[in-house]
Design a protein around this ligand. Structure first.
Ligand SMILES: Cc1cc2nc3c(=O)[nH]c(=O)nc-3n(C[C@H](O)[C@H](O)[C@H](O)COP(=O)(O)OP(=O)(O)OC[C@H]3O[C@@H](n4cnc5c(N)ncnc54)[C@H](O)[C@@H]3O)c2cc1C
Length: 436
């Protein structure tokens, strides 16, 4: 998302001293974070400084494959695949910072992404993994997990999530890619669009129609990208060109039936619950993007002389910062509350109680991200529209901010989902209360 230039690399590992550039827990008390989170923050921040070179990668049009292997060796892939809980059986894989699997929690996940997002494009190579691996680890048969998951966690193979089609995005119930059973294989035909990391992935975690119309006819199938009948082509999008957004065509692709994830025709619920972590992860991205904009705009506002004084001396400019700051700090507090609640709940209860809340949180993140980016572009003047120099990160973030709003569930659909889920919970509570 943001460009991480040589100039920005000179920042100390302590973080930025600009107001609101860092979350308050870095310098003030918080009930949520402990020394393990602080240690992780410092380790990843150093890792990003040492390993990320967005400018060179963007010029080359790709992230070198060697970086992905380094991510595996340095213990990034396991936490990215598992999110907020790392099961004991994966404790023997490297975990960044030497954090023990049993200690890893939702705040480690938050810290991990907050720091990775400082590195801009590094995050784009993990999108497929973070949304594609969870169905495998949660719902695949033990045999399939044993076969595929080690390859993914070792960084030998890569995975992405393929739900959206040219004719079905928000309306997942209406996907048309078919998987017809023929003995012990499924024959897959159809198309998937806007699949992040598709071109360089070895596996597609794919939504297919195995039954009748609607949600009840959808299954998840893991498809090996190297099977005959699969074609991939890159889709050029405005921002995030290192994400390798891909159009995939399946023509009579014969996928062994053992690659079914979960039960046949039971894929819809699985897809919906998978969205929750994706949405939270978009929130983490929005927060770091907004703080980066505030950091660079505040530096500039203290430097730029206009009409005989520096910008920050103008009350209107201070007002802009104040409006941005209260939105960012509000979003941070709400996010921490949701992360905390998820840590206290089982996976199923977290999905049931917080699916709608997470949808609304994601909407708020998109709105805050856009508001802050727009205001900071204005504060930067022409520099806010310039791809190099002191406005470069703000320029990149403002260009990419729509990527927080449309993918992962678009704004209007998420608002509606949030309200419907709240009503569902309220009605269930009313019914339970009436029985007492
Ligand atoms: C950069 C990028 C990366 C992506 N990565 C992936 C990926 O890795 N895997 C994947 O499967 N998909 C991916 N997507 C697809 C993304 O999830 C969809 O674009 C998104 O779900 C919206 O679907 P759509 O584009 O078909 O829009 P539509 O569903 O056609 O919606 C268009 C507009 O109508 C609104 N709308 C739709 N229904 C309603 C309603 N009921 N009420 C009110 N408004 C409504 C929407 O909010 C939206 O604003 C990606 C998309 C982009 C742009």
């Amino acid at each position: 998302m943001s460009a991480f230039t040589a100039e920005h690399k000179s920042h100390s590992f302590e973080g930025s001293l600009m107001p609101w550039a860092e979350p308050s827990w870095h310098t003030r008390p918080s009930p949520y974070y402990n020394d393990s989170h602080r240690h992780l923050r410092d380790v990843i921040r150093k890792w990003v400084v040492d390993n990320v070179d967005t400018e060179t990668w963007e010029a080359a049009g790709e992230v070198p494959r060697s970086i992905y292997h380094k991510c595996a060796a340095d213990g990034l892939l396991v936490p990215i695949s598992f999110g907020r809980k790392i099961p004991a059986e994966y404790a023997n894989y490297p975990i960044i910072g030497g954090i023990k699997a049993e200690d890893w929690d939702g705040f480690h996940d938050f810290v991990l992404w907050d720091e990775l997002y400082r590195g801009g494009a590094i995050s784009s190579i993990f999108v497929g993994l973070t949304v594609g691996a969870p169905p495998l680890r949660e719902y695949a048969s033990p045999e399939l997990k044993a076969e595929i998951l080690p390859q993914i966690l070792n960084g030998e193979k890569r995975i992405c999530l393929a739900i959206t089609e040219p004719s079905a995005g928000s309306d997942v119930r209406n996907i048309t890619t078919t998987a017809e059973k023929d003995g012990d294989v499924y024959v897959v035909n159809g198309e998937k669009k806007w699949i992040t990391n598709g071109i360089f992935s070895d596996y597609f975690m794919t939504a297919v129609r195995t039954g009748g119309s609607g949600a009840g006819g959808i299954s998840m199938l893991l498809i090996n990208r190297h099977l005959p009948g699969i074609k991939c082509r890159k889709i050029e999008i405005g921002a995030g060109k290192l994400s390798a957004t891909t159009y995939i065509t399946f023509e009579d692709v014969r996928v062994p039936a053992k690659y079914l994830i979960g039960q046949e025709n039971a894929g819809f619920r699985l897809i919906m619950s998978n969205f929750n972590h994706e949405r939270l992860w978009i929130v983490f991205q929005a927060l770091r993007g907004a703080r980066t904009c505030l950091e660079d705009a505040m530096k500039w506002a203290q430097k730029r002389e206009v009409f005989g004084t520096v910008l920050i001396e103008q009350p209107v400019v201070r007002h802009k910062f104040g409006l941005c700051a209260k939105k960012v700090e509000g979003l941070q507090a709400w996010t921490e509350q949701v992360v905390y609640e998820l840590d206290q709940l089982s996976e199923a209860e977290g999905n049931r109680l917080l699916g709608g809340v997470t949808a609304l949180l994601k909407v708020e993140a998109g709105m805050v991200g856009k508001f802050v980016a727009d205001e900071c572009v204005k504060i930067m003047g022409g520099l806010g529209l310039t791809k190099t120099g002191q406005g470069s990160r703000i320029e990149a973030i403002s260009r990419g901010v729509i990527g927080l709003i449309v993918p992962g569930g678009s704004e209007d659909v998420m608002i509606d989902l949030g309200v419907r889920e709240a009503l569902k919970l309220s009605r269930a509570q009313q019914k339970a209360a009436a029985k007492l």
